[in-house]
Design a protein around this ligand. Sequence first.
Ligand code: ADP
Length: 480
Amino acid sequence: MKSEKGVSPAWRWAALSIRARLSMSYAAALGMMLVIYAAFVYTTVRERFGVEIDHRLDQEVEIAEQALVRDATGQLSWRMPGERVDGYVTLANMLWVDVHLTDGTLVYRLTGGYAKNRNPEALPFGRRAPGFFSTRLSSGVSLRVLQREVEVDGIRAVIRAAFPEEQIERELASLLWVLAVGLPLAIGAAGIAGYWLAGRALAPVSKMTDEAQSITADRLHARLPIANPNDELGRLGTTFNDLFARLEGSFEQLRRFTSDASHELRTPLTVIRSVGEVALRERHDEAGYREIIGAMLEESDRLAQLVQSLLTLARADGGRIPLNPAPFDLAELGEETASHLQILAEEKSQQLLFDNRAGQLPVMGDRSVMRQAVLNVLDNAIKYSPEKGPIRVVARCDNGRAILEIEDSGPGIALEHRAKVFDRFYRIDSGRSRKEGGFGLGLAIARWAVEANGGRIVVQRGDPGGSVFRMTLPLSKQAD
Ligand code: ADP
């Protein structure tokens, strides 16, 4: 059996369901408020009773004072014992009223209505400071007494009026009883109501949990049910659904990437294999074998290129390409890349021009990574421009941004393909591109390279036709 020892209450509280915790907190909060309220009601009622009793005692003593006269014998006497005095029925709720002379001689003692059948014990007379006091008789009856010294025609006397507190105590006790029984009942009812309400409020969470549990990699298209998109749970659900949508997108991308990559890898391997098989099947002279080996080398070159590109993208995705940002001149990088690829352009009799309209374009970034982007884009420009077609590399600055544009005289890229050409393995005309040696990874790498350096790359239609690839980087501060 598991021991309860060592399990802290906080842990047990945390282990409870939200529904249980909510309803318990609700009941506890309500309980606390009710206890405070009950204490307030009880003390207020008790105080009011106290004030009321003192007021009545005061009235009784007043009446008694008016009823006292000095009679013909010079003694103090009671004018109308137990009768109405000034229209007021005396002693209705009193225990007694008595009058003593200051030496302690009892002059009168009137038993009140309340004491009729009770035969109350007398309170021994004692000189004490005039005013209200509470006392308890030896029989256990508690009294509230008002004692006042008066002077009636030269005779000094002490009037005392007593009120039995028992009656008030009984009423207070029954109030206390009602509160003591009602309070736990109200707290219990609040707990049950809270549990029910919390259950209703949290029902969408249960539904969402069930649905979320059924969402696996194969069911990423499923979404959580959302009852009210504007409440807290609805917003949470929407956030999760957005997350699932992004996950679904990433999974889909990954799946496509894997299948495209395997497809691309298989093609050169198949070519190498079939060229080898054919070479083995038939006899060839030396020139024939050379040609076959040349073809195989060409394919393995393509394979190596593809593997290199895949590796670059995989490492870029994993953030494993360390970037070494340093200040460099983007215009100078454009010029250098253009002169580097000049030879390729010349092979196609193309005119590759570098147009520097900015002088210098100081930017901050990893130059070698950025060079890869410029190289890929310029390589495409040469690849897709026709023989003798002009190509321009323009360096300019605009609004605090360094811009490098590569304009070609190729077929251009239709609007619907413009965003997609930067996706991996995306080729507009796969037949033609493959013949040219592309895998559809060059622009994906270029986009990663530019964005990793805090820039943007877009493609537009060129003025006279063709395409314009624009790479934008923020100019670094020392530009001004
Ligand atoms: P590839 O290696 O196939 O050229 P890229 O990622 O570099 O792959 O380009 C993706 C696709 O975009 C290409 O297959 C091609 O259809 C199109 N493309 C890229 N650059 C140009 C360009 N300068 N002119 C026309 N089409 C282009």
